[in-house]
Design a protein around this ligand. Structure first.
Ligand code: MN3
Length: 217
């Protein structure tokens, strides 16, 4: 079964951009429920997959019967990636990442503008991503649970656009949330390691492998 990953920092660590109250609800309730439901669905189907990425790929586009499994698997993955994509330590992109941002967007300010615009304009729930795709960086958004696992692109960063991610701190002002998020929270060293992996240096981040569950005979 898959485990709910711990936050890589304390609940207060991302304040004031993201409150401890938001993180408690978001991690301990929302993310936990996706992981719990995922494990229940896999148990019902008698499946013991090798990785969460396998579950996502196998259930993607699988019609109504696979949709619930896909949604919970993808949301388990997306939230774990989202926690990694944030850091309490404000930093600037390192040299390699900065030069990729420069060549793809013209600079960090232009990336910020594109990221905030894409996220603010995204209709309904979803995610806004910075990805590496075919040697270029790009900003894209996905709907609901949809992720980048089934995509050729490699995700570098993600910001959660579901209301549960920001409503306690920003009410309906998603744009203010995105601006504060981009200015304070991106984990640029993590994004740089994802970019290196996209370029063949090292492995991209993966969800922790499931632990075996002893089955009754
Ligand atoms: Mn969420």
């Amino acid at each position: 079964m898959f485990s709910l990953p711990d936050l890589p920092y304390g609940y207060e660590a991302l304040e004031p951009a993201m409150s401890a109250k938001t993180l408690h609800f978001h991690h301990d309730k929302h993310h936990a429920t996706y992981v719990k439901t995922l494990n229940e669905l896999l148990d019902q189907e008698g499946r013991s997959p090798a990785s969460l990425e396998d579950v996502i790929r196998q259930s993607a586009g699988g019609g109504a019967s696979a949709a619930k499994l896909f949604n919970n698997a993808a949301q388990a993955w997306n939230h774990a990636f989202f926690w990694q994509a944030m850091s309490p330590h404000a930093a600037k992109p390192g040299d390699d990442l900065q030069s990729a941002i420069q060549s793809s967007f013209g600079g960090l300010a232009q990336l910020r503008e594109a990221f905030v615009k894409e996220g603010a304009a995204h209709f309904g729930s979803g995610w806004v991503w910075l990805v590496a795709d075919g040697g270029k960086l790009a900003v894209k958004s996905t709907h609901d649970a949809h992720d980048i696992v089934t995509d050729a692109a490699t995700p570098l960063l993600v910001c959660d656009l579901w209301e549960h991610a920001y409503y306690l701190d920003y009410q309906n002002d998603r744009k203010a949330y995105l601006e504060a998020w981009f200015d304070a929270l991106p984990n640029w060293p993590f994004a740089a390691s994802q970019l290196a992996a996209a370029n063949g240096n090292g492995q991209p981040w993966r969800f922790a492998a499931p632990t075996a569950v002893a089955k009754a005979a």
